[in-house]
Write a protein that binds this ligand. Structure first.
Ligand code: ADP
Ligand code: MG
Length: 728
């Protein structure tokens, strides 16, 4: 960290001379908060329903983002920013870079391909661009009539000179042009039914509350970092880039403001960990699970294969843990396709046989459903009852399932992180399995303790993304780890090629040939980090173009905006061979298993994280035939981007790929770090912020003895989890 400047040092936090050294003295911020509370101004701890525009339904959706109190909004940081502070001439637009542009409509037409769409040509005096709309009404059509001047914001695609833009936001430019934004526009992590506009509105409403938020680590100012208020303000309302030399502080590219907050968060986690390790163990013994193993033996007889040596070894390690009163906290790391599910099933069977219930958590609805199906196939013939808790179940069905779980009538519950919700109660929860987890915080353990009715359930975490050892030692010292370092036999390695987008036609020919000879293929569309809507639209447009190019093939489409049953039906048809080419967003990233699919095209591969690419590629190479993966990229490729993609070509060892990813994850790279409800950290990122760990640990050591301050930090960053754990 930079040396403290004299000015910063003067303003550094110091204990009040009259107070004992270890006590935390309220900073001016705290006093202001008290004053604000007395004056009845912004109440940071108030539920979000106290804000205008938030009713119970919206509050529930916000809850999915981890937003419950007004204060949570302040810490809900933008993923990135859009620059709507200036206009870009159409000639200067670049594929893949969102921009604000303006022009006159020169042509507007509704065309009918397989789908109806509105195609509009927008031109300024130098160049033109095509705008495409799939969803439009008569009004929209009128607003985009020839001669109208329009301002648009969107991400152009295609080749320079022949750009098009799918569903840009458009605004008519009247006699007085609309005002430009004065700040960069933040793009927040969002979820279905919660728009960027709403989030911006709510954050703006909460921002005045900043004044009531105490700076708990004022000593960081002495390290040359912004104070808490400045950091948060700068992140929510960054000045236009033209006026500042500082790079935008995005999720991928950590600037001083995010550094300040990540340090505080990591420090709070360290404090929580220390505190947790001091609480007496006897309150949270785990159930001893030591069954005869009859069910497992029965399953082995049914299986068409036998476990690999690595699977057997890891299963033995887990069974040894389960037989102890100390709660298991084991991480199983195993590459894509290494057979982690079977290992989890072995543990689940042991728990069920000993009379305990199992919670099996998957990161996405799609994966939870697939697990639900597979597990039911394996477990139900053995007499083990399985309940799948989905987000879209009817209230009656859900109520029945919840009652059955609470009464101990279902042995295995499968679902997303919603399994941790208050309303999900177990009678005898003995084991929690958490699949495809990439971050591991103390939240879960706290939530789990609550679910175990006084007992701490054993916990098994599975991941295909290995965590770096340094990080594991610092933050997850109590995590035991097992590695499945062997793949089931009979897999053929996937050949990977890097191909420029300009050679897309060749790739299309390759699909024609492959599908013509009976294999199936995936076409994965680019990730749009913050907008499932845009992502879905771009996938629709891609499917449309591929249908034109490949009329002889049956082409299916799967994206995150489709209704569950509708998407299931598509996946089912693909699985059954009724679809040749599946155009999909990254919803197929984890877990989807279709052995006959042996070709995968990944568009804009340079925009995705390596672990994500590896996960995606793991969808092919599952059958006996030779498989291939084409990484399509848009030139020019930066040096780091090239190196990352080269690594994908060179190896299919997930551990090696993860190391490369960490080494190369530098500023400027756009990372595929989509939120999946897995939010152990709010600001920090274990890949990006490893370099902060030492400093955070030192901070925690300094703060630890100052109990009120340590408590306030834990409450701020892990508040809901700690509260959760003490309920019931
Ligand atoms: P992952 O580790 O990615 O979760 P899965 O558990 O989904 O992998 O396993 C991938 C595929 O391999 C599944 O179809 C599974 O049935 C199969 N499989 C698992 N273990 C073995 C084994 N020992 N021999 C052969 N196939 C196996
Ligand atoms: Mg898996």
């Amino acid at each position: 960290m930079p040396n403290p400047t004299p000015r910063a040092r003067r303003s550094a936090w110091r204990p009040c001379p009259r107070a004992p050294r270890s006590r935390w003295t309220p900073s001016p911020g705290v006093r202001a908060a008290d004053a604000a509370a007395r004056a009845g101004r912004m109440e940071l701890k108030a539920p979000l329903t106290t804000l205008k525009g938030v009713g119970p339904a919206v509050a529930e959706r916000l809850q999915r983002l981890g937003l419950a109190e007004v204060q949570d909004l302040l810490f809900h940081l933008p993923l990135r920013f859009e620059d709507r502070t200036r206009l870009t001439p159409i000639r200067a637009l670049r594929p893949g870079l969102s921009a604000l542009f303006e022009g006159c409509v020169t042509h507007s037409e509704v065309v009918h391909r397989r789908r109806r769409m509105l195609v509009v040509t927008l031109a300024d005096h130098q160049a033109q661009i095509l705008l495409r709309f799939f969803h439009f009404g008569a009004n929209q059509q009128r607003r985009l009539a020839p001669g109208v001047r329009v301002r648009a914001f969107g991400e152009p695609r295609g080749l320079p000179g022949a750009l098009e833009c799918v569903h840009p936001e458009v605004q008519a430019v009247g006699a007085t042009p609309p005002a430009m934004e004065t700040h960069l526009t933040p793009i927040y992590p969002a979820t279905e039914g919660v728009s960027q506009r709403l989030l911006r509105q709510l954050v703006a409403a909460a921002l005045p509350g900043l004044r009531g938020l105490p700076d708990l680590l004022p000593e960081l100012a002495a390290e040359g970092l912004p104070d808490l208020h400045t950091a948060l303000e700068r992140l929510h309302q960054p000045p236009a880039q033209a006026h500042t030399l500082e790079p935008a502080d995005t999720a991928a590219e950590r600037g001083p403001a995010r550094t300040r907050l990540a340090l505080e968060e990591l420090c709070a986690h360290q404090l929580a960990r220390v505190q947790q390790s001091r609480t007496p163990r006897n309150h949270c013994d785990a159930p001893v699970i030591q069954p005869p193993g009859k069910l497992w033996a029965q399953l082995l007889e049914q299986l068409p294969f036998s476990p690999t040596g690595a699977q057997s070894r890891v299963i033995a390690e887990i069974l040894a843990d389960l037989a102890r009163t100390t709660p298991m906290n084991r991480l199983v790391q195993g590459d894509v396709g290494s057979g982690k599910t079977l290992v989890a099933v072995a543990a689940a069977l042991a728990a069920a046989e000993a009379g305990y219930q199992v919670a099996f958590m998957a990161p996405t609805e799609l994966l939870a459903r697939q697990h639900g199906r597979n597990l039911a196939q394996w477990l139900e013939p053995l007499g083990v009852t399985v309940a799948w808790l989905g987000g879209r179940q009817g209230a009656a069905e859900r109520g029945q399932l919840l009652a059955a779980l609470a009464a101990g009538q279902r042995q295995v519950a499968i679902g997303t992180h919603a399994l941790f919700q208050d309303e999900v109660q177990f009678q005898r929860l003995g084991l929690a399995i958490i699949d495809e987890q990439h971050r591991f915080g103390v939240h879960q353990r706290m939530a789990l303790r609550d679910k175990g009715n006084g007992r701490m359930p054993h916990q098994l975490i599975m991941t295909a993304t290995p965590i770096p050892r340094t990080l594991a030692m610092a933050l997850y010292a109590e995590l035991a780890s097992s590695v499945i370092d062997e793949r089931p036999p009979g897999r053929t390695p996937v050949r990977t090629a890097l191909i420029s987008h300009e050679r897309r036609d060749e790739v299309i020919e390759r699909i024609r040939a492959a599908c013509g000879s009976g294999t199936q293929a995936y076409w994965v569309c680019p990730l749009v980090e913050d907008s499932e809507q845009l992502e879905a639209e771009s996938a629709e447009a891609t499917a449309e173009r591929l249908r034109e190019a490949l009329p002889e093939l049956t082409i299916g489409l799967a994206h995150g905006r489709m209704k569950g049953p509708e998407r299931d039906a598509v996946m089912e048809r693909f699985r059954a061979g009724g679809i040749d080419l599946l155009v999909a967003t990254t919803v197929i990233e984890v877990g989807v298993d279709v052995p006959n699919a042996s070709l995968m095209i990944i568009e804009n591969a340079e925009r995705m994280g390596l672990s994500q690419l590896h996960q995606l590629r793991g969808r092919v190479g599952r059958g006996a035939s030779a498989s291939a993966c084409v990484l399509l990229y848009r030139p020019p490729l930066g040096e780091t981007a090239r190196e990352r993609l080269e690594a994908m070509r060179r190896t299919d060892d997930g551990f090696e790929i993860a190391e490369v990813d960490l080494k190369l994850r530098g500023p400027g790279e756009l990372l595929g770090t989509r939120q999946t409800g897995d939010r152990s950290f709010r600001v920090a990122d274990w890949g990006r912020d490893q370099d902060l760990l030492d400093a955070a640990t030192r901070l925690a050591l300094r703060v630890e003895s100052d109990a009120p301050r340590a408590g306030a930090l834990i409450e701020r960053w892990l508040g809901s989890a700690t509260r959760y754990a003490t309920v019931g």
